[in-house]
Each structure stands twice: as C-alpha cells, then as structure tokens.
Design a protein around this ligand. Structure first.
Ligand SMILES: [Zn+2]
Length: 236
C-alpha cells in the first residue's frame, strides 16, 4: 500500500511524474467554492478540479454522486451569510453576472432570487464591493451525463439558484471535450464563474496557467495517435 501510495503526489493526488503542484499558484480569493466531484473523476489524470482546490483558499472538494445527505455540504449550504448558486445549465438558469448583480445592487434586483444578503464580518477585507463575498459557487465535476445524474439525485441542489456562464468563447480543453458549458473543463468553468462574480479575471488567471501547463504535459506524454484515438471524439 505504501509502495503504491508513494507513486502519487500527496498534494495533488496525481502520479508523481505527472505532479501538477509546480503549476499551482495560491490565489488570494474570498469567494467560497464547492466542487462536487463524481467518483469516476477522482483518478482522471487530466482531471482539473484539483487545480481549483489547490489554488483557492476557500474551496472544498467533495466526492460523491447523491449529495442529498452529505453532512459537510449541507453544513456549508446552511451557512447563514453565504448564498450559493449552482453552475448548471438547467432551464431556469440565469447568467451568473445577473445573479451576482442582485448581491451588489439589492435595490435593483429584478430577478426571482432571494436577496437577503448580509455581509459577513469575518470575510471580505480586500474587495471594494462589500456584499459580493456573500456569494459562493458550486461546480459539478463530471462528464455531462454524470453531472446530470448528480443533479437529479442530489435533492439539496434543486433549491439552489442555477446559474450559467455568460457568453464566452470555447475553452481550450483539447483533451476532453464536453457538450456542456461550451466544452469547458471544470477549472475553466470555475475561472469564468469567479471572474464574472468578482469582475476580476486577472486575479484568477493562475487557474488557466496551471490548466494549460497540465494539458501541455499530458499531451507531451502521449505516443503519436493516442490523443486522436482517445480524445478526438466526444466524451461518452
Ligand atoms: Zn503534486
């Protein structure tokens, strides 16, 4: 067991030869992020959720499929001063910038989302807008089929506001395309969500830098033809 464990980096969980830790920069961010990871993603060499949890100080990563009775998640969802939204393309999903605007401009909230936002005193020190830290984002880490199933099974997610990314260009996730969210990886989705929420894309740029580094490495390790054979077609 120890022999097996030693093949993997204790920080990023990747095989040591594919360790992504040197790509990671710690980002000064107060925005709470929760990544719900499908079990099938845990050992994906190209999984990107770890980039989020390694880079962001307030990022929790939980593994599962049905999170209805997940105690830690439910505790976070019950946190009084933080309202979470779920990044999920349901029919009633609103663009994330619109959802965020209701936190920053309560008087002009014009969409049907609860706006009882209190500014927590214990977070938020470096931001200009004192209400924006009261919002957190939940990301589903899985193929679109798995994310769909996670959402269907996890009843506690159904009462959350669903948000979608504002119009963005297609991501550069060359390894594994997904038909949801413009074909973005989880870390890219997180980057765009956080950028939209804070209007500070520059702050979160290290997420994409780490992502690019990881992808370049993975592609460089593939024998000729493997990339096309395994990743040139749509996932599932
Ligand atoms: Zn590592």
């Amino acid at each position: 067991m120890n022999k097996k464990a030693s093949r993997y980096c204790e920080h990023c969980g990747k095989a040591k030869k594919a360790c992504i830790c040197h790509f990671i920069s710690r980002i000064d961010s107060d925005v709470p992020v929760i990544v719900l990871q499908h079990p099938s993603e845990v050992n994906q060499p190209i999984g990107t959720a770890r980039i989020l949890s390694l880079s962001l100080p307030h990022c929790a990563l939980f593994v599962g499929e049905d999170f209805s009775d997940h105690a830690e998640l439910n505790t976070k969802l019950a946190t009084e001063n933080i309202d979470f939204a779920l990044l999920y393309p349901s029919d009633d999903a609103v663009p994330i910038s619109r959802w965020q605007a209701t936190a920053n401009d309560k008087d002009h909230a014009d969409i049907d989302i609860p706006t009882h936002i209190d500014t927590p005193a214990h977070i938020g020190t470096h931001n200009d807008t004192d209400t924006k830290n009261a919002r957190g984002i939940i990301l589903l880490d899985g193929t679109w089929r798995k994310a769909f199933k996670m959402y269907q099974l996890s009843r506690n997610l159904h009462s959350l506001p669903a948000v979608k990314l504002d119009d963005i260009s297609e991501g550069n996730y060359r390894i594994r395309k997904s038909p949801i969210e413009g074909g973005l990886s989880t870390v890219e989705a997180g980057y765009y969500a956080l950028s939209a929420m804070t209007h500070d894309g520059e702050r979160y740029q290290p997420l994409l830098t780490a992502f690019d580094g990881m992808i370049e490495f993975q592609i460089s390790q593939m024998p000729p033809g493997v990339y096309e054979r395994h990743y040139g077609k749509k996932d599932e």
